[in-house]
Structures are given as structure tokens and as C-alpha cells.
Design a protein around this ligand. Structure first.
Ligand code: NAG
Ligand code: NAG
Ligand code: NAG
Ligand code: NAG
Ligand code: NAG
Ligand code: NAG
Length: 388
């Protein structure tokens, strides 16, 4: 019982003792003081943590913005923009363009799956006259070719539909005069623009009056697998050959090195790089191949023979008929286009291809007028086995 009471009354016992009264008073004071201190402290701490948070905020904000502006990570797409230049128009002048295009990667292995492409370069006055035929030719082969159009009539507006393979493929162009050295400047411009795409491995020069003689897969294999370049080159005596040599070109170019050949070439990337980078022979042509010299028939045949010799087949892949004589080749119009005629162009002769005899000498032919288009569209897809 006593024990029980003792345990229950124990706090009252403290209150009841006079000595414990002062204890209670000091306890109360202590408690009040503690309470005040606690309230003050909480308030202070709240302030401090607010300040801290504010400081944290004002410290982190500029850091993130700085990272966002100095490292535009989302806009970087690896090598994408570099490897697949979509926009073809640029504001580089010829000198800037050629310098930019002449760059060669020192690392030999490509860090991506490089599918070699053939660059089809159209040197035209106005529109590509036979474009509907080319549209059929290219259909279904995206990723294996690129198209470039140098249109020397600067006032002409190319107005292909958005679905056309020629849409937006016009490069920054300049005036070109027949037989003048600015024709070579245009060819170099085409090569340089095409070299900007690192996937382009082979380069074909065509005119608005050219047609293909085979389907895409045949032409692609023939060109891509060739161990040689196709720049026609021969030594011709007489007034239209060596007679066009200018003595002032000596000693950079000697008379026995002077060559003639067709303007319509096909070459690989290495040779294209040599051509645009030529700062030795081309200036001599610019200076001394004027008047009745016809740089387009002599510059590349002479330069390529000097530069690569037998790595060049010395023949052209583009059929042209000069048999009628005169300064211009034969033009084919509607009535010329028959199955027999096209077959004759396709299996023309005996040529050497990769060291073997081959009956396919020409992959392209010119000159065809727009009047021939109807018949070509009717005959060619079946004859040349275009994809349906
Ligand atoms: C930084 O950029 C990324 C990606 O655009 C964006 O998600 C993020 O909100 C940006 N940060 C700031 C603080 O603007
Ligand atoms: C080409 O387009 C421009 C602007 O749209 C126009 O001023 C010019 O007359 C056009 N040229 C031709 C030949 O149609
Ligand atoms: C392309 O033409 C060749 C004959 O020159 C033919 O063997 C081949 O099947 C044709 N290719 C396609 C995809 O039709
Ligand atoms: C030619 O190239 C094609 C790719 O278009 C390839 O499949 C074929 O094996 C090559 N042929 C030869 C003989 O190298
Ligand atoms: C060719 O150009 C040179 C140097 O610019 C000049 O002296 C010469 O008269 C020109 N010849 C012709 C036929 O225009
Ligand atoms: C000519 O070369 C092409 C490409 O390699 C080949 O497909 C064709 O069979 C060759 N023709 C002859 C007659 O050797």
C-alpha cells in the first residue's frame, strides 16, 4: 500500500516540499528561457535555410545556363551534318570552295558504314532537257547517287517539283561560254561541290542532252568496280590537235605532252582531288588557252595523262557521234530513236574493262533533243530494264 502511494504521489511530494519550490521556479524560468530560445532559434534557422536555398538557386542558375549555351549538345548530331550535307547552296567563292573540298582525311578507315555513291554532275545551259528519263533511271536507288547541276544561264529558274531528283540540286553557278576556259572552271566547281560529300566515290560529267544507255544497277557496278578512270586522251597531229598548243605554255607543258579528248569524263575521288587542287597546269591554260584553243578538249586530257598516266583508260564512257564533221556532234531527234539504234549504242564495240575484253564501251550517249524524249520514255525502260 505504502509503496503504491509512494509511487503515485511522488511528483506531489516534490511540490509540497518548500525546498523544492525554488527548484520549481528555476525550472519554470529555465523552461521559459528555453522556449524563447527555441522560438528564436527556429526563426533564425528558417531564415538561414531560406538564405541558403536562395543562394543555392542563384548559384546553380547561371551554371546551367552557361552549360546550355557553351555546349549546344542537342544540336550536335555526331558526323551527320558533315557526312550528309543536305543543303547544296552555299556562299563560298570558288577559292574558298576548292580549298574546303580539297581536304582529305588522314585516317584511312571510315568510322561509319560508307556506301560509295556516284556523283552525276550535269553541266547545263538551262534545264536538264531529258530529266523525265533520268527520273525513271534513278528511281529506287536513293543512297547510291547524288546529283549536281551547274546551270550557266543564271536568269533561268529551275522549277522542279519537290519530288524530283533534281529538286534543290543546283550548285552556285557562273556564266560559261562554249570552248572557253570558264567551262573548265565550271567543271572544277562541279567536282568541288561533289567532293564535299565524302560518300561520293566516282564522278560523271554529263550535259543536258545526255541519256543513260543501261539501267542504274549496271551503270553503278561498271563505274564503282572500275580500276581505271575514263578521261579520253590521245595525241593528234595537225591543226585541231598539236596545232592548238601554245608555245608560251613551255616549259610547264611541252608539245609532246599536249593531248586531246572528249570533255565528258568519269573519274574517281583521288583524281577529282588532283583536278581541283591543280595550281600548276590550270593557270597556264587560263592564261594561254584562249582563242581557238578549246580548253575543254585539251586541259583534262593533257593534265590527267601527265598526272596518272596508265591509271587512265584514255577512253570516254559517253558516246558522241562526230562522223558528220564540223565543230558540233550529231544531234538525235525523234525519228532517230529506235530499238536498233539504241542497241547499237549499247553494244558498240570492243573495249578493255579491268584488263579484259568487254563489249560495253559506252554507258551514256549524246546529243538528244527534247523531241526525242517521248520515244525514249517509251523504249528505254523496257530495253534497258529499268526497275518497274
Ligand atoms: C538546358 O538544356 C536542356 C536541353 O535543351 C533543357 O532540357 C534544360 O531545361 C536546359 N536547362 C536550363 C536551365 O535552361
Ligand atoms: C526567276 O525568278 C525571279 C524571282 O522569282 C524573277 O524575278 C525572274 O524574272 C525569273 N526569271 C525567269 C527567266 O523566269
Ligand atoms: C539491269 O540491266 C541488266 C542488263 O543490262 C539486267 O541483267 C538487270 O537485271 C537489270 N537490273 C534490274 C534491277 O532490273
Ligand atoms: C561490282 O559491284 C557490285 C556492287 O554494285 C558488287 O556486288 C559486285 O560484286 C562487283 N563485281 C565485281 C566483279 O567486282
Ligand atoms: C590570249 O590571252 C593572252 C594573255 O591574256 C593575250 O595576250 C592573247 O592576245 C590572247 N589571245 C587570243 C587569241 O585571244
Ligand atoms: C563487261 O563488264 C561488265 C561489268 O563488269 C560485266 O558485267 C559484263 O559481263 C562484261 N561483258 C563481257 C562481254 O565481258
Amino acid at each position: 500500500m505504502k509503496n503504491n502511494q509512494n509511487t503515485i504521489v511522488s511528483p506531489t511530494k516534490i511540490l509540497n516540499t518548500p525546498l523544492q519550490l525554488s527548484n520549481l521556479l528555476s525550472l519554470t524560468i529555465f523552461f521559459a528561457f528555453g522556449l524563447c530560445f527555441g522560438i528564436l532559434l527556429t526563426f533564425q534557422l528558417k531564415n538561414i535555410s531560406l538564405n541558403l536555398r536562395f543562394n543555392e538557386f542563384s548559384l546553380t542558375m547561371p551554371t546551367t545556363t552557361a552549360i546550355n549555351t557553351s555546349l549546344p549538345v542537342p544540336e550536335e548530331k555526331g558526323l551527320e551534318d558533315f557526312l550528309h550535307p543536305i543543303k547544296i547552296m552555299h556562299d563560298m567563292n570558288d577559292q574558298e570552295l576548292i580549298w574546303r573540298a580539297s581536304m582529305v582525311p588522314k585516317v584511312q578507315n571510315y568510322p561509319y558504314n560508307r556506301v560509295p555513291k556516284v556523283a552525276f554532275m550535269f553541266l547545263t545551259r538551262g534545264p536538264v532537257l531529258l530529266s523525265p528519263l533520268w527520273e525513271r533511271f534513278f528511281k529506287g536507288y536513293d543512297g547510291l547517287f547524288t546529283i549536281y547541276v551547274h546551270c550557266s544561264d543564271l536568269s533561268y529558274n529551275l522549277t522542279e517539283s519537290e519530288h524530283s531528283v533534281f529538286h534543290g540540286r543546283r550548285i552556285p553557278s557562273k556564266e560559261v561560254q562554249w570552248g572557253k576556259v570558264n567551262m573548265i572552271e565550271a567543271e572544277r566547281r562541279l567536282l568541288a561541290n561533289a567532293l564535299l560529300d565524302y560518300s561520293n566515290q566516282r564522278f560523271v560529267l554529263l550535259s543536258e542532252a545526255c541519256i543513260p544507255l543501261f539501267n542504274f544497277s549496271t551503270i553503278y557496278s561498271y563505274i564503282i568496280n572500275s580500276s581505271q578512270n575514263f578521261v579520253e586522251s590521245y595525241d593528234l597531229m595537225g591543226p585541231v590537235g598539236r596545232g592548238r598548243y601554245n608555245r608560251k605554255m613551255y616549259p610547264t607543258i611541252k608539245l609532246h605532252e599536249w593531248r586531246k579528248g572528249s570533255q565528258w569524263f568519269e573519274m574517281d575521288r583521288d583524281l577529282a582531288l588532283e583536278v581541283i587542287s591543280d595550281a600548276k597546269y590550270f593557270p597556264v591554260f587560263q592564261k594561254y588557252c584562249n582563242g581557238s584553243c578549246y580548253a575543254d578538249e585539251h586541259y583534262l586530257p593533257t593534265f590527267v595523262t601527265k598526272k596518272i598516266g596508265l591509271k587512265n583508260s584514255r577512253r570516254t564512257l559517253t558516246y558522241v557521234d562526230w562522223s558528220k564533221g564540223g565543230p558540233h556532234p550529231a544531234r538525235y531527234t525523234r525519228n532517230d530513236v529506235t530499238t536498233q539504234f539504241l542497241e547499237k549504242l549499247r553494244n558498240h564495240n570492243h573495249c578493255e574493262y579491268n584488263g579484259r575484253k568487254n563489249q560495253t564501251c559506252h554507258l551514256f550517249a549524246r546529243k538528244f533533243t527534247p523531241h526525242a524524249l517521248d520515244r525514249l520514255l517509251r523504249l528505254a525502260p523496257k530495253l534497258m530494264q529499268f526497275d518497274p
